[in-house]
Design a protein around this ligand. Structure first.
Ligand SMILES: [Zn+2]
Length: 352
């Protein structure tokens, strides 16, 4: 049996992240930012641990709501995903807010193989898929962008640079505007989205300028590029993982698609290979982390999240048992729920 080191590491890391997220400074920064920039922001993105948009845009953590899946692949036709996005948009609309959905794909300019594994490193294929997802969001939530504005966003991970793609084929590559005045960048940004409401523009410009600042800071400290190497030790299924942002450490599968078994098998294969090739310490093994997300302590929200987490844990365990039984002796289970307001993960024992 593997030791408890990895489970303990995850629990400690989550506690630390939750403490930072719930600190007075963080909560007040978020509250004030939200009051100044009320547009709700979501990001559809790949599970890749490098894609931390809060860091890339100098935005308070918790403002950009992430949806993560392998390759950033989503389909609004999936019943659960459609329902989750719809509730998120309706909640914003009920509060009188507009929503911007950043539909993202990623690549590396320095080396193709630092790009997206979910698309076999094919950035063109990733962009086309993402563009279609953006169009799908428009078909469902309105082509005229009255309330919901999906934006096609490329993320270049060597520099953490954002590439905004406009409605008219125009682009704004933040990495090539580092010396440009804010006024000129603003004019360029506006020309990309001529039908965007003024207050939405005002809420997106801080992301652009925040990204400029972040790229400059990373250049100053000469941050090395993250080398992508398989050394994942965690298979995470479910929701509520935005405290888990490590490169090459976790494979995250959102519970959205019809086919969960396929991605779980693929991920389990990667983990087994990592053990066999000694990329990860054998004594630590791997962790199957199943998580449910809840908003309210009162009512049925929390108990339902617990049931979801255990159901996912059982499904993932059964999938691994039948597809890759060789991995099972190395697997430790960690099942629990994440509080949306604090990001705190609470482990939960299976009920008989
Ligand atoms: Zn990816």
């Amino acid at each position: 049996m593997p030791n408890k080191k990895l489970v303990q590491f995850l629990l400690n890391h989550n506690k630390k992240q939750s403490k930072i997220f719930s600190s007075p400074d963080a909560v007040l920064w978020r509250t004030q930012y939200r009051a100044q920039h009320p547009t709700e922001l979501a990001a559809m993105k790949c599970m890749d641990g490098r894609l931390n948009l809060a860091v890339m845009t100098n935005t308070p953590p918790g403002i950009i709501q992430p949806f993560r899946n392998i390759g950033g692949q989503f389909d609004l036709g999936w019943p659960y995903f459609g329902q989750v996005l719809d509730s998120w948009i309706m909640r914003a609309a009920n509060l009188g807010r507009d929503s911007v959905v950043l539909v993202t794909y990623h690549w590396s300019k320095g080396d193709k193989h630092r790009g997206c594994r979910g698309f076999d490193y094919d950035v063109k294929a990733a962009r086309v898929y993402t563009l279609n997802l953006k169009k799908q969001i428009e078909r469902v939530f309105g082509k005229n962008h009255a309330v919901v504005y999906p934006i096609l966003l490329g993320i270049e991970t060597d520099e953490d640079a954002l590439l905004f793609e406009g409605e008219n084929g125009r682009m704004l590559d933040v990495s090539s505007e580092l010396e440009t005045s804010q006024e000129k960048v603003e004019i360029k940004f506006r020309s990309l989205f001529p039908d965007m409401k003024e207050h939405v523009v005002q809420d997106l410009l801080p992301l652009v300028f925040g990204n400029t600042q972040h790229i400059r800071e990373m250049k100053e400290v000469q941050r090395p590029v993250t080398i992508l190497a398989h050394k994942e030790q965690i298979l995470a299924v479910g929701r509520g993982f935005d405290w888990l942002h490590f490169p090459n450490k976790a494979l995250i599968i959102g519970p959205y698609s019809y086919d969960l078994g396929g991605p779980i098998t693929t991920a389990a294969n990667i983990l087994l290979e990592n053990i066999k090739l000694k990329r990860i310490p054998k004594e630590e093994g791997v962790v199957l982390l199943a998580s449910g997300l809840y908003h309210d302590d009162a009512g049925s929200d929390k108990p339902r999240a617990i049931e979801k987490a255990h159901s996912l844990a059982r499904f993932a365990q059964n999938t691994i048992a039948s597809a890759i039984p060789e991995l099972l002796p190395h697997v430790q289970m960690l099942t629990g729920i994440v509080n949306f307001n604090t990001r705190l993960f609470t482990p939960s024992q299976a009920k008989k």
